[in-house]
Design a protein around this ligand. Structure first.
Ligand SMILES: Cc1cc2nc3c(=O)[nH]c(=O)nc-3n(C[C@H](O)[C@H](O)[C@H](O)COP(=O)(O)OP(=O)(O)OC[C@H]3O[C@@H](n4cnc5c(N)ncnc54)[C@H](O)[C@@H]3O)c2cc1C
Length: 390
């Protein structure tokens, strides 16, 4: 048998570095100080603008950006750790920050060019401008390649026509990453553009009335004869679909982290509820089935957090993580829903009350299994990834 000294060096480390632990504590304190209005914002369907601006001041809108552009380059793992903390308190702020960082800033960082980064990062990194990611349309969601929004080349411009649906932060954002059709080929005919809100022909359409995430505005984006300078094309013509899928690998980690935050809050509610059930001598009296439910949820939270961190580390290492990212979102989003449902059930009338924290968690959790790829789509991504790598 090998002696300890002869063993291979340890390659799996489940602990966050001291720097990341400090960062997590900073974000937790930020959430405590600035996200206290989460319930009120939800009830009033009010965008948490002050909280998002405060996140910008603290540098939370620059963590996925390289230092040479003013970012802090903390990377995907730090982003996931940060999003769990924010979403544990306010999932509406969480999705705003997640889309801005993982689908807009990161798209410019990975696929944009130097001029585009120099042009938009100064505004995006401070939160002066928020970003939105515009892929979905009435005819295309799970089947993103079916999109119809059109971009015609005319001299040194592209002319965009079409309508995007379900756009997170749609009425607050100043910069849109828009996917549009530049050719007939389903996949190679799609290109990506940076579109500024102020361009003539850009209009924010109807705002959706939603089950959850009510403080996060979701709108239609209408593009009518919008003349976009050709230098706003991201990467090459025809690379849009590749960009969309690549960025969704990172975006899904954001939603998986959102799910962890929601699950953690629901489990905390259950913990407090069960811990309060004691007999006259202070001994726990919670029923065994309730304890089993609590234990299962708590164990799954620990396990799925590791799935999320593993995928984030792969992405930080520049490796493809489509399968791992889809696994993380699949498991974490289901857990968020299961935990929130259990919290409502175990808390009884207190859970079902329209003003309970559990009720809001249940409503907010639902969409984690829908956006950035529905649960059934994640299962397909995982299966395809495993079958093609076999
Ligand atoms: C609150 C919210 C915010 C959003 N934000 C954004 C955003 O910022 N930007 C953006 O571009 N989009 C956004 N979306 C859109 C979102 O990504 C899509 O709704 C999602 O991808 C599902 O697409 P769909 O709506 O067309 O549903 P569909 O594609 O019709 O899917 C509905 C259901 O059908 C099933 N299904 C569909 N296709 C398959 C298949 N091939 N195999 C198996 N089952 C299948 C799945 O179970 C799925 O849940 C948002 C949506 C919501 C609700």
């Amino acid at each position: 048998m090998a002696t300890p000294a002869a063993r291979a060096p340890q390659v799996v480390d489940f602990a966050l570095s001291p720097e990341l632990q400090q960062f997590r504590a900073t974000v937790r304190e930020f959430a405590r100080q600035h996200l206290g209005a989460a319930a009120a914002c939800d009830a009033e369907v009010r965008f948490p603008r002050e909280a998002v601006q405060a996140a910008g001041r603290l540098g939370l809108l620059r963590v996925t950006v390289a230092r040479e552009y003013g970012g802090t380059a903390l990377g995907n793992l730090a982003h996931c750790v940060m999003l769990e903390e924010i979403n544990a308190v306010c999932p509406s702020t969480g999705v705003t920050v997640s889309v801005h960082n993982s689908l807009v800033n990161s798209t410019l960082g990975k696929w944009g060019n130097e001029a585009q980064r120099r042009r938009w990062y100064p505004k995006l990194l401070t939160g002066e401008w928020l970003g939105a990611y515009c892929l979905s349309e009435a005819v295309s969601g799970s089947d993103a390649a079916a999109l119809r929004c059109e971009a015609r080349r005319e001299g040194d411009h592209y002319v965009l026509d079409g309508a995007k649906l379900w756009i997170t932060t749609g009425n607050e954002a100043r910069l849109f990453v828009v996917f549009a059709r530049t050719g007939a080929d389903r996949v190679k005919g799609i290109s990506a553009f940076c579109v500024e809100k102020d361009l003539p022909g850009v209009a924010v359409g109807k705002k959706e009335r939603k089950l959850g995430l009510r403080a996060s505005p979701t709108t239609e984006l209408v593009l009518e004869n919008v003349r976009v300078p050709a230098d706003c094309l991201i990467a090459q013509e025809g690379q849009g679909f590749t960009i969309a899928l690549d960025m969704l690998d990172g975006g899904r980690l954001g939603i998986a982290s959102q799910s962890l935050g929601i699950a953690r809050s629901a489990i905390d509610l259950i913990r407090a509820h069960l811990a309060a059930q004691v007999d006259g001598k202070g001994r726990p009296t919670a029923t065994q089935p309730d304890q089993w439910t609590f234990a299962d949820l708590a164990a799954d939270l620990e396990a799925y957090r590791l799935l999320v961190w593993r995928a984030a580390l792969l992405r930080d290492a520049g490796q493809r993580c489509s399968t791992e990212s889809a696994m993380a979102k699949l498991c974490a989003s289901r857990l968020a829903n299961r935990a929130a449902r259990a919290a409502v059930s175990l808390l009884g009338p207190l859970g079902a009350s329209g003003t309970s924290a559990a009720e809001r968690l249940l409503r907010d959790a639902r969409v984690t299994e829908i956006y950035e790829g529905a649960t059934d789509i994640q299962r397909l991504v995982v299966a395809r990834g495993l079958l093609t790598s076999a």
